[in-house]
Design a binder for this molecule. Structure first.
Ligand SMILES: [Fe+2]
Ligand SMILES: [Fe+2]
Length: 382
């Protein structure tokens, strides 16, 4: 059995030094090259609809395209300072912030100004990581067009390439026109994206991107969509979510067939990869770059986060991020093969409680733009 060291580069998931040693790519680089190690597969079987669920998804996707330039209310002003000033803040609810603001803690002297700035920086950082993650999805899906052997999947993946281009475009435009600058790609997320792209097996692109990264993104977008009262962002997120629900369904529907045929040894490799992805995504939420920009000692803050949340993962937001991933992994048979290997890992991460939540195989219909218009009684959504 593979050790933690081999899977994630450290024996202890919460090893502070190892986490801090993962640093960003050269931040001055403009282009980042990764070997994608895969065979490009042609198929001569053009039988459309051989996989009816994928065909249905493809037909849905063709009718669900939207235009990031013209369908969103870009004319609206976004007063980020005002939003930050009005944002609910309750450090007492968060054990990390309780520890950090206690006497002697790194945030003990923070006043109104620092908290406002922190909210603005966190928002910028979050949107920046979404933007970079969307580019990851763009290139992963382009890779799937090349590597998946089934024509229905190639057709569908082609529509997702267009969706992801639109997502990168709208997040980049929001950051560029409504906020100030953006953050570079987080090192942990970058490492995960590189690992996904480098893997030569076509299903690993799906597992890493559609199941893990997009599963988390769908939950994160939903959370932010629920909380934000900024109308442009709310609408942007709702539009993006209508696509993302389809993307996660694409992963579930494609892998369900394929994983049914894999041996225990092959499944274990997939379980380990899902675990690695989960750890990298947890690590990215340590948001080291924000602490750094706020002039706070990163080591102290990461240590506090690991001590207060690391093992127990008691933060409901962090847990909710796994609310799509866990049921989807269950549906794919990843939780329980090999003596419940991934179930045990998710139990240690305190996220197994989501296993019986709705999986995303069919959820895309309820999240579609059509459904959204009906919810709103056919009126323009704000
Ligand atoms: Fe996307
Ligand atoms: Fe996506």
């Amino acid at each position: 059995m593979t050790t933690n060291e081999e899977m994630i580069g450290r024996a202890d998931v919460n090893d502070l030094e190892a986490i801090l040693s993962i640093t960003a790519h050269d931040v001055d680089e403009m282009v980042h090259a990764v070997k994608d190690n895969a065979d490009c597969l042609f198929t001569w079987n053009y039988e459309k609809g051989e996989r009816p669920a994928l065909n249905k998804l493809y037909e849905k996707a063709k009718g669900a395209q939207w235009n990031g330039e013209t369908d969103l209310p870009w004319h609206l002003d976004v007063d980020i300072e005002k939003i930050a000033a009005n944002a609910p803040r309750d450090p007492d609810q968060d054990p990390v912030l309780v520890a950090a603001t206690a006497p002697g803690g790194p945030l003990q002297n923070w006043g109104e100004k620092e908290w406002n700035q922190f909210i603005i920086e966190s928002q910028n950082w979050t949107m920046s990581q979404f933007m970079h993650g969307e580019q990851g999805a763009l290139v992963c899906t382009a890779k799937i067009v090349e590597t998946v052997p089934w024509i229905d999947a190639k057709y569908y993946a082609a529509t997702q390439v267009m969706d992801e281009a639109r997502h990168v475009e709208v997040f980049a435009k929001y950051l560029d026109t409504k906020m100030e600058g953006h953050y570079p790609l987080n090192a942990h997320l970058g490492m995960l994206l590189d690992d996904i792209i480098q893997d030569h097996r076509w299903d690993m692109t799906y597992l890493g991107m559609q199941i893990m990264v997009e599963g988390l993104a769908l939950a994160a977008f939903g959370f932010m969509h629920m909380l934000t009262e900024e109308p442009l962002l709310k609408q942007l997120l709702r539009y993006v979510m209508s696509d993302e629900a389809r993307h996660v369904a694409f992963g579930v529907l494609s892998l369900k067939e394929y994983y049914g045929e894999l041996t225990d040894a092959e499944m274990l490799e997939r379980q380990e990869f899902a675990f690695e992805a989960a750890v990298r995504m947890r690590d990215r939420f340590l948001s080291q770059e924000v602490w750094d920009r706020m002039g706070v000692d990163v080591r102290t803050m990461v240590k506090l986060q690991l001590e207060n949340e690391g093992d127990k993962n008691e933060d409901p937001f962090q847990q909710l991020l796994f609310s799509k991933i866990v049921p989807n992994c269950k549906k794919l048979g990843l939780l329980d093969r090999n003596d419940h290997w991934l179930r045990k890992k998710f139990a240690e991460m305190n996220v197994i409680q989501f296993e019986d939540w709705a999986d995303t195989g069919e959820e895309y219909d309820t999240m579609s733009l059509e459904a959204m218009a009906n919810e709103q009684g056919g009126t323009e959504v704000a």
